[in-house]
Design a protein around this ligand. Structure first.
Ligand code: ASP
Length: 332
């Protein structure tokens, strides 16, 4: 009999009535009725009862520790949380919990008291994936609306649609059909470039540029942060006047160049003028490749927690290699 441990964290799936209270893990599982199936040994961990926007780094670090211990004991895992930050939890678990066991993150878009509530169907599909031998070795997965996404690609793409999760630039790995997972694609290797840890005290800023930005926030970053991800224009562009401040910052801390577009990789040498990707990479910024800015922030955070920063500065080659590990060039 397959063993699956379900961690409930709150979110819409547990937000009956929409007020501040969240259902218990037992109540969330009870919504499934008999749909867990007789062949499943389900253990419940009522971990948190919060909107996912209120999950802290401390919560996520503790969750990763518990998930690591659970998979080491031979159980598959389903994490149930709100969808707002679901892709970030899933990617962080992917970085911190390298395992062959299926680890699946799911949630719901419609409250349990609304017509067409999707929580029970998503939970049933997530349990099926977490219990399936064919879903081992895929890294952490996101399962909603019967689609199976890799955590590194999954993105909440719509505020209300039940099919909100997409994998821009890649596509889902598979689907759950008639209750059975069907895997069509496998990710190229593990997400983590090496063993990574996560120190909640590390501070990585995310700055999304918008037209006319004068860079005033960069002073605060310099004073208070250990690293920066810039969600830049297009394939990795900033206004010419931000090159000097960003280059000065990159001498002191890692500055990762990501794209605010939502899909596709940062370029390296298509544009060469001031503020181009070529300019910025030659001034010390690290390319995020296809990694979304919010995920680049978590990877940089984990790297800085794992020895990529020391008294003598930061280990730029190691940080660049970790981002390159996820950019697909390793396959060439
Ligand atoms: N969608 C919200 C979340 O991500 C719902 C909530 O406030 O529970 O948690």
């Amino acid at each position: 009999m397959a063993r699956v441990t379900v961690f409930t964290l709150g979110g819409t799936i547990s937000a009956r009535g929409g007020d501040a209270t969240r259902m218990t893990g037992t109540e969330v599982l009870a919504e499934l009725g008999a749909a867990t199936g007789p062949d499943l040994d389900v253990e419940l961990r009522d971990f948190r009862r919060v909107p996912s926007s209120s999950l802290s780094f401390e919560d996520l670090a503790e969750l990763a520790d518990e998930v690591r211990a659970t998979v080491a004991a031979g159980s598959g895992v389903v994490v149930v949380q709100g969808t707002d930050t679901l892709e970030e939890t899933a990617f962080l678990l992917d970085l911190l919990c390298t395992t062959e066991q299926p680890v699946v993150v799911t949630g719901a878009m419609r409250r349990p008291d609304l017509p067409g509530a999707d929580g029970p169907a998503n939970l049933a599909a997530a349990l099926a994936v977490a219990a399936a031998p064919g879903c081992r070795g895929l890294g952490v997965l996101v399962v909603l609306a019967d689609e199976i996404h890799a955590a590194r690609f999954a993105h909440k793409s719509h505020t209300t649609s039940v099919a909100t999760f997409a994998s821009p630039g890649a596509g889902p790995l598979g689907a759950v059909v008639e209750g059975e997972p069907r895997i069509l694609l496998r990710p190229a290797g593990a997400a983590a470039p090496c063993h990574l840890s996560f120190d909640p005290a590390v501070r990585v800023a995310l700055l999304t540029l918008s037209v006319g930005d004068r860079g005033d926030l960069l002073d605060t970053v310099a004073e208070r942060y250990d690293g920066l991800v810039v969600a830049a224009f297009g394939a990795g562009h900033v206004p010419g006047w931000l090159v000097e401040p960003l280059a000065a910052l990159a001498e002191r801390m890692p500055v990762v160049l990501a794209s605010r577009t939502g899909a596709g990789a940062t370029l390296s040498h298509t544009y060469r003028g001031p503020g181009s990707e070529y300019d910025l990479l030659h001034r010390g910024l690290v390319p995020a490749g296809p990694l979304a800015p919010v995920k680049a922030r978590l990877l940089l955070h984990a790297l800085l927690s794992s020895g990529a920063k020391g008294p003598a500065g930061y280990d730029r080659p190691r940080i660049s290699a970790a981002f390159a590990h996820l950019d697909g060039t390793g396959l060439a």
